[in-house]
Design a protein around this ligand. Structure first.
Ligand SMILES: O=C(O)C(=O)Cc1ccccc1
Length: 306
């Protein structure tokens, strides 16, 4: 039974994602994404489940930066989870009396319309997670009047639901990933995704285009690209890429090798099954068999067998 750390406490969306990814895992709640990843790195846990991005606000930057700067980890699975938010409070609280709301920043950005319509005068404070907010609000002396969290977190911490489905959109999805210390890769399934972090050592005109060209000429379809500051001053960035395919695919392997040749550092973050099961688009001339045939053709030339 794997032991998986996650952004806790009990009742977070991350816990729901973990239960779906690995129903048999032992769950080890941690207070932050960083603490969950540290547990995976040190061996306190066999792996971790953390949020990576959502369909409204984009990346969870703590996760991206941990992946780039921390000890290497490997993504082995992903999950897309539709999330529904509820306004939760101690029994007896009424919406007009709510002055201070506590929740995770991703919930604040996804419930903006509700907050400005129903709680225009409330101060909204960032919490380490939605369930941490619900837990805090449940304490009798809490400085907060309400939390925004999953309905189940309200049930868990003895809060009542004052409003449900309060997200700006009903179709919001969060993408979670399971990570472990580097080891064997999940086998290719025919519907896979690969994640990389790429650092440039030599900034010059066209550097980003050169990276993109490595994908483009091999027919590799990108599914996410993100730039993050390196911290070394304004204008200094590194890049995250997600794209279709598995590193075992010839076109993906060739693109990686090309990036390795032209970029400062390429951190391979894993090839793993896609949660949506979508098969990659394979352009003419970029299938494994076509790469193999072209390699054989080149060998014949080089060995004088044309
Ligand atoms: O705080 C949580 O419950 C999390 O798992 C992070 C999060 C917050 C809001 C939307 C999706 C994930």
């Amino acid at each position: 039974m794997p032991r998986l750390a996650y952004l806790g406490p009990e009742g977070t969306f991350t816990e729901e994602a973990l239960r779906l990814l690995d129903p048999n895992a032992e769950r080890l709640p941690r207070a932050t994404v960083s603490a969950a990843l540290t547990a995976a790195r040190t061996g306190d846990a066999d792996g971790a489940v953390v949020p990576l991005e959502n369909s409204i606000e984009g990346a969870i930057t703590t996760t991206l930066d941990e992946f780039a700067w921390g000890e290497p980890l490997l993504i082995t699975a992903e999950l897309l989870l539709p999330v529904q938010f509820s306004l939760l409070a101690r029994p007896g609280t009424e919406i007009p009396h709510i002055k201070r709301v506590y929740t995770h920043p991703a919930a604040i950005t996804q419930c903006r319309a509700f907050i400005s319509r129903e709680l225009p005068d409330a101060v909204v404070v960032s919490a380490p997670s939605t369930a941490a907010a619900a837990q805090e609000v449940s304490l009798p002396g809490s400085p907060y009047d309400a939390a925004i969290a999953a309905r189940i977190a309200g049930e868990h911490y003895g809060l009542v639901e004052l409003a449900g489905g309060i997200g700006d959109r009903s179709d919001t999805v969060t993408r979670f990933v399971k990570v472990s210390r580097p080891g064997p890769l999940p086998a290719p399934t025919g519907s896979d995704r690969t994640t990389l972090v790429v650092f440039l050592t030599d900034d010059h005109p066209g550097a980003l285009l050169e990276m993109l060209t490595e994908f483009s000429v091999r027919g590799v379809n990108l599914t996410r690209i993100e730039s993050r500051p390196t911290g070394d001053g304004i204008g200094r960035y590194f890049f995250h890429f997600d794209f279709e395919g598995h590193v075992a695919d010839a076109r993906v392997g060739e693109a990686l090798a090309g990036l390795h040749r032209i970029c400062g550092e390429v951190r391979f973050m894993g090839s793993y099954p896609r949660a949506d099961g979508v098969a990659p688009q394979i352009k003419r001339g970029t299938a494994d068999a076509e790469f193999a045939e072209a390699g054989d053709w080149l060998d014949r030339i080089r060995t004088g067998h044309v």
